[in-house]
Design a protein around this ligand. Structure first.
Ligand code: F3S
Length: 755
């Protein structure tokens, strides 16, 4: 950790000068988010004020974190950049490639067998280029980051959307595509549109059955999955300071579900307690010296409307435990009768088959201890659990400590399966069925963050509801979706009516955290002799070759697919079994857009090949276009590419020969990823033009040779009957991003500069 404390001291030492300068140029008191952003400008001391939601700004993040699924492509790209070492402290975490099936011991062994070459590749690249490596089983990236690396006032990026979790410890932490991470690893600036700011004032205090999870489930209900787009959500008020640090992490974590750039909280006593409990008193001592810079100026929280673009107020004392879902994280229902009605009206199964606790969202010591207080009552009150329990501890440190303190044993007595300290069911890595596609309709409740169709178990008929760990435990015991633990009675094995008492637990382990082997491997000081292993005939890893520029003339491009409704990165590049090909671009491209719904026949993976008139899968059809040298266009609806940061969702269409994606609106990370890969990411000037696009359309770009910032482009759309429409499309490319397009990709530019 010595290296970290030096870096943290540097961040803090420059803070006063930079933040004071920022206050001068902005001309008013600053929010916490602005302080952190202005303290991390690539160009040093602020000289001008930036316009929120408009200006692109270069930043210098303090750290990078990558998970094993995204790290493969990020590191394959970094290897092309021609550097000896990463320029910024970086860690790799093996958590996504571990399937949950039989429990931790067997599952981890199985993962180490089937993903051996990938783990070895990541370990050797990490060792070579000065990257800290967290072995399979060491924990889930965001929990490990919170425990080891996050620090108040810091800025980090991570190749995973839930990097935002580190906001719980007062960071500005942002999920990016691997291509962005590669820029920063290679010593370049990281560019971001200066975010808008949403203030969330928390009054009152959580009590009884409500938990930090309910705060973010409520915020999701208010803002919806699009409401946070392009904004940092800054939480403040007495309700914020009364919550634990890991609880704040949960809230920030699910900021990704409202599309927020990130979320954060000001430094407070709960963060100090957490830093000290996780063996980082040195960081707490340094943070205490600059405390006033690690929260907003007092005027801001006194009159938030004057300083934020939007302000929401939530009284925690009035909050109810919520269940959000199914299929979207912003559909809120209070626990109890309202759910009975909604479920009946919508035909959601009321019987619950699994209660899953854990994931990066809710796997802290506090989460497991509070959920176990409910589980213990099932034992004490002779209740037979109706649903199965699955637990994913967030890190080996949490697992070891909760095992030592008897917490895991309580769940085990209820026949819970303790899965590996890894993502497992949260990312579709759950071998629940032998044939998930034809698995029965059912409901599950989990304390994770995402609940898109098939996300947990690959079964499109699984209705997943998101709840706090406490409520998840109660519902798993009751086995009913509409169970309200505050009012409903259960019948125990003796036929008696019993009720569950409110959850209790510990914010931090009373006897302190403990771990025997945390699973961390430090890299070699000099990695020049380390050999990186990639087998020629590997199915899972493939060295990259640079993309050829698309150029300034696209004519005769065909429509590949017009996606209907929601098209997330899961629809574009599905997770689950495809995770195994994350490091092999050609192989993983066989999942390209197979989850997107074709607007003309409402089917997935069934599109018309205009050259033959035949219908087929999206990747196969696209490969045929490519073979014939025909560019294609993908059309989509609102918030296209929402979900995760995976750049595969951009690299696959690019690799297969899609030239442009034209949509009503983009999710930020995906839009940037398209730009990084040298593609066109465009939005309809008139949203109604989406309806103009027909199945047999051909696209001629009229003025791509004049591609310039703030200048719309025009496309002639030729329909099958020969009629034509000219549509106007907008873009957000700045000068530098247009250079990426011209070079074929951002990486092509970096490599040219390092040559
Ligand atoms: Fe893993 Fe799920 Fe978090 S996939 S990183 S546990 S969102």
């Amino acid at each position: 950790m010595a290296f970290d404390i030096d870096m943290i001291k540097k961040v803090y030492s420059q803070m006063a000068e930079r933040v004071d300068a920022a206050r001068d140029v902005v001309g008013k008191p600053l929010t916490l988010s602005e302080k952190i952003l202005y303290n991390h400008l690539w160009d040093g001391t602020p000289k001008t004020a930036f316009t929120r939601g408009k200006d692109y700004v270069d930043f210098a993040p303090d750290r990078i974190a990558c998970q094993d699924a995204t790290a493969q492509m990020a590191l394959l790209q970094f290897m092309q950049a021609g550097k000896d070492k990463v320029a910024v402290p970086t860690t790799v975490h093996c958590d996504h490639l571990i399937q949950a099936k039989d429990g931790a011991e067997k599952d981890l062994k199985h993962a180490n067998d089937v993903s051996k070459e990938v783990f070895e590749f990541l370990e050797s690249v990490s060792n070579k280029y000065g990257i800290g490596f967290w072995k399979p089983g060491a924990g889930i990236i965001h929990q490990v980051v919170l425990e080891n690396y996050a620090f108040p006032g810091g800025m980090m990026i991570g190749t995973d959307s839930h990097t935002v979790n580190a906001g719980g410890l007062g960071m500005v932490a942002i999920g990016v595509g691997g291509a962005d991470a590669v820029d920063v690893m290679a010593g370049m600036a990281w560019e971001l549109k200066f975010p808008k700011l949403i203030g969330v004032k928390l009054t009152g205090k959580l009590s009884g059955w409500t938990a930090p999870k309910d705060v973010i489930l409520k915020v999701a209900e208010i803002l919806t999955v699009k409401g946070g787009t392009g904004a940092i959500v800054e939480y403040f008020g007495p309700g914020a300071t009364s919550m634990s640090c890991t609880g704040k992490g949960t809230i920030c974590n699910m900021g990704a579900e409202i599309g927020a750039t990130t979320s954060t909280f000001g430094y407070d006593d709960s963060m100090e307690r957490y830093l000290r409990a996780t063996d980082r008193s040195d960081v707490a001592d340094e943070a205490n010296k600059v405390r006033e810079y690690l929260t907003a100026d007092p005027e801001v929280y006194a009159n938030p409307e004057q300083y934020f673009d939007q302000v929401i107020e939530i009284n925690l004392s009035e909050l109810n435990p919520l269940l959000n879902g199914p299929f979207t994280p912003d559909l809120s229902t209070p626990a109890g009768k309202e759910m009975t009605k909604k479920a009946t009206d919508n035909d959601w199964p009321l019987q619950v088959e699994w209660g899953l606790i854990g994931s990066c969202t809710n796997s802290s010591y506090e989460d497991l201890s509070r959920a176990s207080s409910i589980a213990q009552q099932a034992l004490d009150k002779k209740l037979k659990t109706k649903a199965e329990f699955g637990i994913n501890p967030g890190s080996e440190q949490v697992r070891y400590t909760t095992e030592r303190d008897g917490i895991l044993e309580i769940f085990e007595k209820l026949d819970a399966t303790i899965f590996t300290n890894a993502c497992g069911p949260c990312i579709g890595q759950w071998a629940r069925y032998s044939d998930p596609k034809n698995a029965p309709k059912n409901s599950i409740v989990h304390s994770f963050n995402r609940n898109f169709a098939k996300r947990a178990d690959g079964n499109p008929n699984t209705h997943a509801f998101v709840a706090s760990p406490e409520l998840t435990a109660a519902i798993a015991i009751a086995g009913r979706l509409d169970f309200n633990p505050m009012t409903d009675k259960l019948i125990n094995e003796d036929g008696e009516e019993v009720m569950l008492d409110e959850p209790t637990g510990w914010e931090l382990p009373p006897k302190g955290f403990e771990v025997k082997e945390n699973g961390y491997l430090a890299p070699r000081e000099d990695g020049s002799s380390v050999v990186v292993k990639v087998a020629e005939d590997s199915e899972r890893l493939q060295l990259l070759t640079p993309f050829t520029p698309i150029g300034d003339s696209i004519t005769g491009a065909k429509l590949l697919i017009k996606a209907f409704g929601k098209c997330t990165t899961d629809h574009i590049s599905m997770a689950g079994p495809w995770l195994r090909f994350r490091g092999h671009l050609d192989n993983i491209s066989n999942n390209c857009l197979i989850g997107a719904v074709n607007a003309y026949n409402k089917k997935t993976n069934f599109v018309k090949n205009q050259l033959t008139g035949e219908y087929g899968g999206v990747p196969d059809t696209q490969r045929e276009y490519k073979k014939e040298g025909v560019w294609t266009v993908v059309v989509g609806d609102h918030n296209y590419g929402e979900g995760s940061s995976r750049e595969h969702a951009a690299m696959e269409p690019r690799h297969l020969g899609v030239a442009a994606v034209i949509v009503k609106s983009f999710a930020r990370i995906h839009e940037t990823n398209l730009k990084k890969q040298g593609m066109l990411g465009l939005t309809f000037d008139n949203e109604a033009d989406y309806d103009l696009i027909q199945e047999d359309d051909t696209f001629n770009f009229l003025d791509l040779n004049e591609f310039a910032p703030n200048k719309p482009l025009h496309i002639e759309v030729v329909h099958s009957d020969g009629s034509k429409d000219t549509i106007k499309v907008n873009h957000t490319y700045n000068e530098a991003q247009i250079e990426w397009y011209k070079a074929g990709s951002a990486l092509n530019l970096i490599a040219a500069q390092n040559a």
